[in-house]
Design a protein around this ligand. Structure first.
Ligand code: ACO
Length: 431
């Protein structure tokens, strides 16, 4: 990280100098880490919209220009040419693997793909109506009770490598088992002869009486989705993983926190909310204008799900790829989904509307992804689970980067206290 000339801050008539740091793409930041100690002021930044919590070499995104790169590689090239496992390796280890490294990495997912048989009892404890995200979060945290984590005082590379593949492999199995639990079918165990995505599809859709046919088009579409979701720098769930991990909580606990953060409808839960919204519009006769007006009405909390993004102020590059992928998959599978038509109509109208233009609101990654999941047969409640499987390598990469960063500190924001001033306690009999 380059350091340039200092920024000057004038407070109470005194001038203070703060270092300016510059990232490799020319992004500038004012290092305020000493601000309080030299001025007694803190900064105030609701929702961290203007605060960088770390220097990171994993993902670069330019929200104004619609650019997204993992470790320098454009997302468009990775989505088209890479595999999910190769992209995961790139995110976690920083470089694309050689063919030997990729073969070893892929094969290492086989052995840990099974779950400890005792863990199956946990699934039985959940009601059949349980949301799969609740099951996923609980089960990932429970992994810490069954499989040793990393010695946080003395982490070794071998321990780290082991836990990366264990988590990625087991999360896929947990996700499929959570689905099977929700439909009351027996679990289908992972197979060593299948690659990552076909293995997942087989666990999801095969049963003792039915062998699911794995179509290349479906594997390809799912691969694109997982790659597009694999990382997105300091989003809500990734920042959560870093924050929890900064206390040296184990990796399972940190990832569980990320899963919970992702669940919310303003974050990863939006993909589910988009389909609910499109279905509602469909039921309502397809009148997209009514919903656009509702979203613009400030007396109504309704928002158009799948539109807007904290950092993208132009078209989300992932949404562009997913939109094309949705059209291609539905064409290849011969599916005519009225929700896709509504989505296209809604997007067209939104892009012409000044309310959305003035606020830079464009479709985000979640707008078309649900249509693809739906076409594959993945039920709505599993959408955010799919997002979690995709985001896992990014969470792990950020956790690793944070743990290895020499200046890493426990995350502990400040606040501006606005509560009552000191007052004497009044016993209840006198209140
Ligand atoms: N529909 C209608 N209006 C919206 C929408 C929307 N989807 N999103 C933002 N706005 C409006 C707000 O009402 C606000 O208007 P105002 O300035 O008149 O008050 C303005 O745009 C700015 O909105 P903020 O909430 O301040 O923007 P922020 O950057 O904090 O929020 C967010 C980003 C949470 C993604 C928001 O756009 C949203 O709620 N979108 C819908 C949910 C969604 O799709 N989430 C998925 C995001 S992608 C992901 O996490 C994987």
């Amino acid at each position: 990280m380059e350091q340039h000339e200092n920024a000057k801050v004038v407070l109470d008539g005194n001038t203070f100098e703060l270092p300016i740091i510059v990232g490799t793409e020319g992004e500038k930041g004012i290092d305020i880490s000493r601000l309080r100690s030299i001025t007694n002021y803190v900064t105030f930044d609701h929702g961290f919209g203007n605060t960088s919590n770390c220097a990171s070499a994993i993902t670069y995104l330019d929200g104004e220009a619609g650019v997204l790169r993992y470790r320098g590689y454009p997302i468009e090239q990775l989505a088209e040419q890479s595999s999910f496992i190769e992209t995961a390796y790139l995110l976690v280890y920083g470089e694309l693997p050689t063919s030997e490294q990729l073969r070893e990495f892929s094969e290492s997912f086989n052995e840990p793909s099974m779950l400890h048989e005792d863990m199956k009892n946990f699934f039985n404890g959940f009601p059949s109506t349980a949301h799969p995200m609740a099951i996923l979060a609980s089960m990932v945290c429970s992994l810490s009770a069954y499989y040793p984590g990393i010695d946080m005082m003395n982490p070794t590379k071998a321990d780290f490598d082991r836990i990366v593949v264990m988590l990625m492999s087991k999360v896929r199995t947990i996700a499929a088992f959570a689905y099977k639990k929700s439909i009351g079918e027996p679990f289908v165990y992972p197979r060593q002869d299948l690659e990552y995505i076909p293995n997942f599809l087989n666990m999801m859709f095969s049963s003792p009486t039915h062998q699911y046919k794995i179509y290349d088009e479906v594997v390809q579409a799912l691969k694109v989705l997982l790659i597009l979701h694999a990382d997105h720098e300091q989003n809500c769930s990734t920042s959560t993983v870093r924050l929890v991990g900064s206390s040296w909580a184990n990796l399972y606990a940190s990832i569980t926190a990320g899963i919970c953060a992702l669940w919310g409808p303003l974050h990863g839960g939006a993909n589910e909310a988009v389909i609910e919204m499109l279905e509602q519009i469909h039921k309502d006769g397809g009148d997209v204008d009514k919903y656009i007006n509702m979203a613009k009405d400030k007396s109504n909390r309704f928002r158009l799900m799948g539109f807007g993004h904290r950092v993208y102020k132009s078209y989300d590059p992932r949404a562009k790829i997913i939109k094309q992928c949705a059209h291609d998959l539905l064409d290849k599978l011969g599916i005519n989904d009225p929700l896709l038509e509504i989505a296209v109509k809604l997007e067209e109208k939104v892009l012409q509307d000044s309310y959305f233009a003035e606020r830079n609101l464009y479709p985000n990654v979640d707008f078309y992804s649900g249509i693809i999941y739906k076409a594959i047969g993945i039920p709505m409640k599993m959408f955010t689970v799919m997002f979690s499987i995709g985001r896992l390598p990014g969470w792990i990469a950020h956790w690793k980067e944070m743990m290895e960063s020499p200046g890493a500190k426990i995350g502990r924001p400040r606040q501006i206290y606005v509560g009552p001033n000191i007052r004497d306690y009044v016993p209840i009999t006198r209140r």
